[in-house]
Design a protein. Structure first.
Length: 117
């Protein structure tokens, strides 16, 4: 399996969406899309950003495909991993909540314009 496919697998395992993975790692959504499609290879910088954002990811697995996706973890690391997932879920929830509020506001403005005309 290629490193691109391993990144896609990691996104599926750790994030709700490419957008949340993008936000967590600092890798643009466009680059993630290109990695997913195979158009771009995964850069060293992207690997560093992923490993920094997800400290429990096994670098050997990500880069070489050796071993398991995640490092073996002790209880404290497991708590940290779960807290990281909670934080990502909260970030996603805020993002989608803001997006929905904007859509509602836009629709309400449209309704108000239609009423006044």
């Amino acid at each position: 399996m290629s490193i691109n496919k391993r990144v896609v697998q990691l996104i599926e395992k750790t994030s709700i969406s490419n957008a949340s993975f993008s936000e967590a790692t600092g890798i643009s959504k466009v680059i993630l899309s290109h990695i997913s499609s195979g158009r771009n290879k995964v850069s060293l910088n992207a690997v560093k950003q992923i490993l920094k954002a997800f400290g429990n990811v096994n670098a050997d697995w990500l880069i070489l495909g050796h071993g398991s996706m995640f490092k073996s973890i002790n209880k404290d690391d497991k708590y940290q991993e779960l807290e990281q997932h909670i934080n990502l879920l909260k970030r996603d929830m805020e993002f989608y909540n803001d997006k929905m509020k904007n859509k509602i506001s836009s629709l309400q403005l449209l309704i108000d314009k239609l009423k006044s005309s």
